[in-house]
Design a protein around this ligand. Sequence first.
Ligand code: GLN
Length: 475
Amino acid sequence: MIDLKSLTIEKAHEAMNSKEYTARELVGEYLKAIEERNRELNVFLEVFDDVLIQADRADKKFQDGTATLMTGIPVAIKDNILFSGHTVSAGSKILENYKATYDAFVIKKLKDVGAIIIGRTNMDEFAMGVSTENSAYGVTKNPHDINRVPGGSSGGSTAAIAINGALVALGSDTGGSCRQPAAFCGVVGFKPTYGSVSRHGLISMGSSLDVIGSIGKNVADVEILFNTIRGLNDMDSTSISENFFEKRVNKKIIIGIPRDILQTGVDERILTNFNETIKKLEKFGCEIKDIELPYVKYTVPSYYIVTPAEVSANMSRYDGIKYGQSLEGENLRDVYMKSRGVGFGVEVRRRILIGTYVLSHGYYDAYYNKATLIRDLIKNDFKKAFEKVDLILTPTTTGPAFKIGEKVSDPVKMYLEDIFTAPANMTGLPAISVPSGFVEEDGKQLPLGIQFIAPHGREELLFDIGKKFEKIRAN
Ligand code: GLN
């Protein structure tokens, strides 16, 4: 029996390297954990049938001395990342049974080092949502309380870590989709600088915000996964070179607290946990400074114009001809209408409508252009703040995991979930959510998370403070 609960990438690597167990044995333990909980929780949409073949390939690497840290490590992937020859549905009916025709850049990277891609995880359809309730394949249940959502849209990937269904997982983060579900599931969720991980082979949602993020039980594992998948890619003109990133970390850390965005609609228990976190960081020697981010309160309204605009463009390729499901119709237009009408769920259709509207002649200036201008003002707020502080701290979410069904009838309530996470996407900044404690509700311990945001290319600062915070919390 391998203790998966306390297993880290480094420990697993050492154990496989010293022949304590093989990659095949290790992945076998993860498959057992999935078997135990997946039926109840709906975390994995599919466990890949070539897992053991991948494990044998990894074991060969250990035998011939070419193994590296990630060799043989089981990785779960969100269902919007292309793994050649395997189904990828983006949580949508329109791509049901669609098979990827090539490997995403991140998958190539994982294959190069012999990581094991164990399965694809549930998600909100095309990554639109905060609860996985928008998945065409049913909601994922929160492992801490099965009556609650795991967060979203990468709720399957974060729940996979919480049930030890994989050692690390990939998600995508357009407005908070790695960090918010990480907070709800009690794991670490990391969104890197926009462009640091190539989007090539990630099914697009909002192309100017999308980035592939890393999820794990602890900051060190997340850092290793990020370092494995990052890098410049000729196939993605938005990907950035590693030279852009600063390795330096600060001895004395100055943390900014944006009190102005903490004022509306935040659960008291979140604020208490947040204030306790600040005290702990202060005691540890961090300097705490109040800062102002006056335009950040307009993030959600502007995000929900910019993103649907990009969504409406990105969804146009699913026409029933090029990809996935095609329904018969009287003529081509009819085929489009029927395939899209049946294939897309309510939230995707809502965003296509909003997006098409805000881009249409006469409304473009009033909505899309204005939202873009606000986006610049938000960027400027952060730029100014980072002249005074090294990092910015916020809660990750406005409350603990909410109940399944609680918000489905009110999309605005869902959108407001993104208050703390979407600013990092609108600005391209890196951010990490780290577990910060629990609250008790209905006799269950529900996890909470806090978020650190860093300047562009300063992910080292996030890993540094994240690891320190894990220790401070434990003591
Ligand atoms: N909740 C946000 C949305 O629905 C973010 C989703 C994401 O990051 N993919 O747009």
